[in-house]
Design a protein around this ligand. Structure first.
Ligand code: NOJ
Length: 564
C-alpha cells in the first residue's frame, strides 16, 4: 500500500509539471530577463522582532515578552523590549522603503497590543489600534501596499497561562475574534492578509523542542496538536473573511509557510527520492495539504500512525480531521505565502533512531549539507539558490499552481560583522531572485517577493547575534540609527529594472553598490562620536545649565543679603 502510494505520488509529480525537468541540472547558469509587469517587490518585518515598546500605551504581555525575560532562554539574555524602536520610528522606516521604491511592506500586528488580555470582550486598546492605523495610512500615502500578518508568534501571555496556548482548541475562536476586529478596523485599507507566519516553527519550536516561546517540550505530541488547532484557526478566519468581509473589502486571505527544500542525496535511488518527498510533506505539506486538499499528507498519516502503534498507543499521535472539518478546511487559501531560506540533502535513515519518539524521528530520514555550500551567518542557513526554484516548482505541481507571494527570503551575518559592504548578501539575493525568475519562466505563479528583512532585528532565541537586515541597526545607540548596507543599493536596482535586464548592466550594479557602502561605513564608524555628542546634548548641557541657574540664584541671594 505504502509503496503504491509513493509511486502514484511520484508519477503525479512528474506528470503535473511537464514543463519542469527535475533531472536537469541547471544549478549554476544565470538567466538574464525581467519579471512580468506588476510584479511586487517588498521587504518584511514582524511586531515582536522590531517594535520594542513592549509595555507601552496599554500593550499586554505576549508569550515572547515572558519567554525572553526568563534568564538563559535567549542568546546573551537579549529581549525585544526596545529592539529597533519601530513603534516610534515607523515614519523614518517608511521613508527608507519609499527611497527603495518598494511596492509592498510586510509587517505583523501584535495581538496583545490590540487586545491586552487576548480577548475581545475584555478590553480593546485604542492606542494599539491607532499605531497600526497610522502605519497603514503612512504606507498608503507613499504608495506602498501593506501585507499584514495576523500572527507572527506573539500570542497574548494570558491565553497561554489560562488555556495552554495552541494546545487548546479555544484559541480558534479567540484568534478569530482578533482577526475579525482587524478586518473591521483595517480591512478597508488592507487587501492582503496572512493568518499565520510559519506555523511549522510555532508548532515544532514552541511545543516540541521548546527553543521558542512558550518553551514547551511535548515531544511527539505537542507540535501535532498545536498545528491541528492552528490549521483550524486559519480556516475559521478565512471563512469569516469570506462570508462577512470579502464582498465589501475585496481582499485576500492566505497563510505563510516556511520550508527548506529537500533534495534526495542520490536522485537515482528510490529510497532517497521517497525520503526527500517525506521531508517536504512533513514540513510544507503538513499545512499546505489541509488548506488545499482538506487533510494531512497520506505519508504523515501512515508514518505517525505506524509509529504510534509500535509505541502501543491506541490512536495516532497525529490528530484526525472529521469529514466536516475536512471540507471546512479545504480550499481556504486565496494565495500562498512562501518563506524560504535554505536546502538540505535528504536520505533514508538506515537504522531506527535511538532518540525516542518525536516529530523528527517520525520522519525516518537523515538530513545532510554539502560542505561547499556558503554559510555566512546563521548556522542552519546555507546559500543554495537552485533549491528555491525546485521548491517553487514543487508548490506548482503539488497544489495546483496557486498564487504565490514569497513572504520571506534573505540571509544573515554574525553580529561581529559591522561591514556594511555585504557582498555575500548581494550574491544571495542576486542568485535566489534569479532562481525565482527561472521558476516564473517555468510557469510558477509567483506574484511578489519580500526580502527578509528590512532591518536587523531580534532574531528570536539568537537575540541580536544574527543580522538579516538590508539596513544595519546600531543597537548600542539609544536612538537605534539605521545604516544602509550595500545590498540596499543592489536590491534597489533589481526593483527598478524589475529583474536582471542584461549582463553589462547587472555587472555594473555590484561596483556601484560597493562605492555607496564605503560612505555608509564611514558614517557607522563615526557613530561613537555621534553617541558622544548625544551624551553631550542630552546630559552634559542640561546639567551645566542647571548648575549655572543654581549658582546665579545663590549669588543673587548673597548680593541681596549684603544690600539689606
Ligand atoms: C522565519 C521567521 O518567520 C522570521 O521571523 C525569522 O527572522 C526568519 N525566519 C529568519 O530566521
Amino acid at each position: 500500500m505504502q509503496r503504491w502510494y509513493h509511486v502514484v505520488t511520484l508519477v503525479l509529480l512528474v506528470s503535473a509539471s511537464e514543463d519542469f525537468d527535475w533531472t536537469k541540472n541547471q544549478r549554476t547558469s544565470f538567466y538574464y530577463g525581467t519579471f512580468p509587469p506588476g510584479f511586487s517587490w517588498g521587504a518584511g518585518s514582524s511586531a515582536y522582532q522590531t517594535e520594542g515598546a513592549w509595555n507601552i500605551d496599554g500593550k499586554g504581555l505576549s508569550i515572547w515578552d515572558a519567554f525572553a525575560h526568563k534568564k538563559g532562554t535567549i542568546s546573551s539574555n537579549a529581549t525585544g523590549d526596545s529592539s529597533c524602536e519601530g513603534y516610534y520610528k515607523f515614519k523614518d522606516d517608511v521613508g527608507l522603503m519609499k527611497d527603495m521604491k518598494l511596492n509592498h511592506y510586510r509587517f505583523s500586528i501584535s495581538w496583545p497590543r490590540i487586545l491586552p488580555n487576548g480577548l475581545k470582550n475584555e478590553q480593546i486598546n485604542e492606542k494599539g489600534l491607532k499605531y497600526y492605523d497610522d502605519l497603514i495610512n503612512m504606507l498608503l500615502e507613499n504608495k506602498i501596499t501593506p501585507i499584514v500578518t495576523l500572527y507572527h508568534w506573539d500570542l497574548p501571555q494570558l491565553l497561554q497561562e489560562r488555556y495552554g496556548g495552541w494546545q487548546n482548541s479555544s484559541m480558534i475562536n479567540y484568534f478569530n475574534d482578533f482577526a475579525n476586529l482587524c478586518f473591521e478596523k483595517f480591512g478597508n485599507k488592507v487587501k492582503y492578509w496572512i493568518t499565520f507566519n510559519n506555523p511549522w516553527s510555532i508548532a515544532v519550536e514552541g511545543y516540541e523542542t521548546g527553543e521558542h516561546a512558550p518553551g514547551l517540550k511535548l515531544r511527539g505530541i505537542g507540535a501535532y496538536k498545536a498545528a491541528h488547532n492552528i490549521i483550524k484557526a486559519h480556516a475559521k478566519v478565512w471563512h469569516t473573511y469570506d462570508t462577512q468581509w470579502r464582498s465589501k473589502q475585496k481582499g485576500m486571505v492566505g497563510i505563510s509557510l516556511t520550508a527548506d527544500w529537500g533534495e534526495p542525496v542520490d536522485s537515482t535511488n528510490q529510497r532517497d527520492i521517497e525520503a526527500a518527498d517525506r521531508y517536504m510533506q512533513f514540513s510544507l505539506g503538513w499545512f499546505a495539504s489541509p488548506v488545499f486538499y482538506g487533510d494531512y499528507p497520506q505519508v504523515m498519516k501512515e508514518y505517525i500512525g505506524r509509529k504510534s502503534g509500535q509505541q502501543g498507543l491506541g490512536l495516532s499521535r497525529l490528530p484526525v480531521f472529521t469529514p466536516q472539518e475536512k471540507s471546512y478546511v479545504k480550499g481556504t487559501c486565496d494565495f500562498l505565502g512562501v518563506g524560504h531560506f535554505t536546502t538540505r540533502y535528504v536520505t533514508q535513515r538506515n537504522q531506527p533512531s535511538t532518540l525516542g519518539d518525536s516529530y523528527f524521528t517520525d520522519r525516518d530520514l537523515a538530513e545532510l549539507v554539502d560542505p561547499v555550500w556558503p554559510d555566512p551567518g546563521s548556522e542552519w542557513l546555507y546559500a543554495v539558490p537552485w533549491g528555491f526554484r525546485r521548491m517553487l516548482n514543487f508548490i506548482k505541481s503539488q497544489y495546483g499552481n496557486p498564487m504565490v507571494y514569497v513572504t520571506e527570503n534573505g540571509v544573515s551575518e554574525k553580529i561581529m560583522c559591522t561591514d556594511l559592504c555585504d557582498h555575500w548578501r548581494i550574491h544571495y539575493y542576486k542568485d535566489y531572485i534569479n532562481e525565482m525568475l527561472k521558476a516564473v519562466k517555468d510557469g510558477v505563479n509567483v506574484k511578489g517577493y519580500t526580502a527578509w528583512s528590512l532591518l536587523d532585528n531580534f532574531e528570536w532565541d539568537e537575540g541580536y547575534s544574527e543580522r538579516f537586515g538590508l539596513f544595519y541597526v546600531d543597537f548600542s545607540s539609544k536612538n537605534k540609527p539605521r545604516y544602509p548596507k550595500a545590498s540596499v543599493q543592489y536590491y534597489k536596482r533589481i526593483i527598478s529594472s524589475n529583474g536582471f535586464p542584461n549582463q553589462r548592466e547587472v555587472e555594473s550594479w555590484k561596483r556601484k553598490s560597493k562605492e555607496m557602502c564605503s560612505t555608509s561605513n564611514q558614517l557607522l564608524a563615526a557613530d561613537p562620536l555621534i553617541g558622544h555628542m548625544e551624551l553631550v546634548t542630552e546630559i552634559v548641557v542640561p546639567t551645566v545649565c542647571t548648575l549655572c541657574i543654581l549658582l546665579s540664584a545663590v549669588l543673587l541671594m548673597f548680593l541681596l543679603r549684603r544690600r539689606f
